[in-house]
Design a protein around this ligand. Structure first.
Ligand SMILES: [Zn+2]
Length: 115
């Protein structure tokens, strides 16, 4: 399952969605730290995180440009999507950032914009 906070995408054989392991902190500490920070999880940090290929982040959190072989997988030439080296996840829509009640958020906005 995707480790990003609020995301529940799972690895599935039927789905075309790509999943990418969180970088190994012993090999790429810098990148691992950024990933852990970006995905917004408080389950892991750089000190406690140990690499596991099952700890993945799904494709939805990456710019399309980050996928090395997007076209090849789409056309069936490649089985698994590959991430370009050095990529970091950047796209997140955390539930805490969503304001679903227009009446309440409208009120708040009015007050904040009144400078
Ligand atoms: Zn995800």
């Amino acid at each position: 399952m995707c480790q990003a906070y609020g995301c529940s995408n799972r690895v599935s054989k039927r789905s075309q969605l790509g999943f990418f392991s969180i970088p190994d902190p012993r090999k790429e500490p810098q990148r691992c730290r950024i990933w852990l920070k970006k995905i917004g999880t408080d389950k892991f940090n750089l000190k406690t995180y140990t690499y596991s290929k099952n700890r993945v982040v799904c494709e939805e959190h990456f710019e399309p440009d980050c996928i090395e072989n997007a076209l090849a997988t789409e056309l069936g030439f490649a089985k698994r999507k590959q991430l370009k080296p050095g990529s970091i996840p950047t796209i997140f829509t955390f539930p805490k950032n969503q304001k679903r009640d227009p009446a309440v958020s409208g009120e708040v906005k009015k007050h904040r914009e009144d400078r």
